[in-house]
Write a protein that binds this ligand. Sequence first.
Ligand SMILES: Nc1ncnc2c1ncn2[C@@H]1O[C@H](COP(=O)(O)OP(=O)(O)O)[C@@H](O)[C@H]1O
Ligand SMILES: [Mg+2]
Length: 579
Amino acid sequence: MTKIKKLFETPYGRLLLFVLPHWQIFFISIVAMCMLASTEWMLPALLKPLIDESLDSDNYNIRAIPLLLIVLFLFRGLFSYISTVSLHLVAQKAIEDMRNAMFSKLLRLDIGFFDSNSLGAMVSKFTFDVNQVAEASTKVITVFVKDSLVVLVLLIYLIYLNWQLALLLVLIGPPISFFIVRLSKKMRVMSRNLQSSMGDINEVTEESIRANKEIKVFNTYTKEELRFGIATNKVRKFHIKVVRASAALVPAIQIFVAISIAALIYIALDQASKGLTTKGEFIAFITATALLLPPIKRLAGANEFLQRGIAASQSVCELIDASPELTSTVECPKISKSLIFHNVSFSFGKKMVLSNLSFQIKIGELFALVGPSGGGKSTLLNLLPIFYRPSSGRIILDGLSIDSYSLDSVREQIAYVGQETVLFNTSILGNLVYGCKEHPDSQMIERAIQLANLDKYVNGLPNRLETRVGHNGVKLSGGQRQRLGIARAFLRDASLLILDEPTASLDADSEREIKKSISELKVGRISIVVAHRLSTIKEADKILFINNGTIIESGSHQDLLSKKGHYYNMYKESSQRET
Ligand SMILES: Nc1ncnc2c1ncn2[C@@H]1O[C@H](COP(=O)(O)OP(=O)(O)O)[C@@H](O)[C@H]1O
Ligand SMILES: [Mg+2]
């Protein structure tokens, strides 16, 4: 039992788990493969009587051969078709399940996973690695099932035909295959070197195109030419190496094969002179030997696919096995009282970003966070949707720790506008209602657009709400993108409104409008705004000045001005800049 459990923990065992649901098709494929392999000896067997027996018109054995040949290939064609299609069907079904499992996991991963894995590596798991898994495992299965059976069947046939010749074959076969495999491996290493040296050419070319202005200004033509020269020189050398090797490989193999056939012929002639073998037997023997070579070559190379498949499936399993966000099952009721930070600290690894924050916001209040960049404002906001959890201290919603609620039910109460607005490549409307459980009526949509000061822009568009925004909203200006993000948050009508520098890319007019809207919306909810321009936050019920992860000043606008501290200085500087 434990052995079976262990098997399912190995990379190939993990793949089995994805194949298991489709075992019927897999079974059909294996059976078809076995049928195909077990008929391999029949072609040389059909040739034998053609040479040995008299070709008289009344020899019905001979007359039947053309017909049998057609029947044989019809059968083989059918089995080959069934085995190939069904094996790929299983592989593709397994890939489909695997990709879907990976994607579901991807969506639910801890945010920390995204901080420590590059986008490219993650995407290539979905595209390259999964394909590698399928390709390698179908190859490995085909080779191990079909080819090994073909070799077995042909060897039995050869021994049956002429055991002395077969013995010779068994003696000289393995060293030759070993030699061929070694040479092919060397060739592969060389091709890989060639590929990477081509990469150097790409890199220098790309960089020179990108930096063409710098190269002109710095007058570094010779330097770049030298760099490029080294790369092209390397490519030439590797290329010639590959050509030399492959040019030598083919004749070398041919010489080996010729020597073996010569030895076979020599012995066969000797046997024939003693009446121990016939011409037909010899031809059948040579044909069967020729048929033996390709599957042996594939068997010898199978390890490479096996290794490639293992590496790829490890990479895939890394994602499938990554731990999702922890969550509880307790539903968070609609927030109706307060949000409390109680001695909250947070660090990224060893780096302390927030230390000992305590404050309380009551429903209906608007808090503003200000302070120098890098102070920890965005990080503080990220604790509310539980993107990260505090290292110590507690965040309390209506008297209960946020940790005791399920993630989904906490997030449902939040409307969040991040520092950068992320839009989906669909229509303005599609982006607006993204995240709404039920499609809001047109009145609600109109109001959200108005509140975000987006109405004039939308009404000026020929397709209004149906206008497509392009990839991540490239067809919109920075300010329009941001206002769309704000409208989306307003439409959500959540108890906790979190805005991280919502007006950073807005002009003064739009900013004033949105400031008004936030003040209107604050009734019945808890609002926290990180403010870029200080004029936005004068009306906040409380301002927290955050520097180096601690609240160094807090109070209303007037309180803080009269303190003549950090806020006062920042305000003075910023109003001078704004006027
Ligand atoms: N994902 C992250 N991993 C590690 N450090 C981070 C991460 N995000 C932010 N930080 C660090 O945390 C500190 C606070 O950042 P942030 O909360 O974005 O500041 P603010 O929003 O006040 O400008 C910065 O020093 C920043 O370098
Ligand atoms: Mg920030």
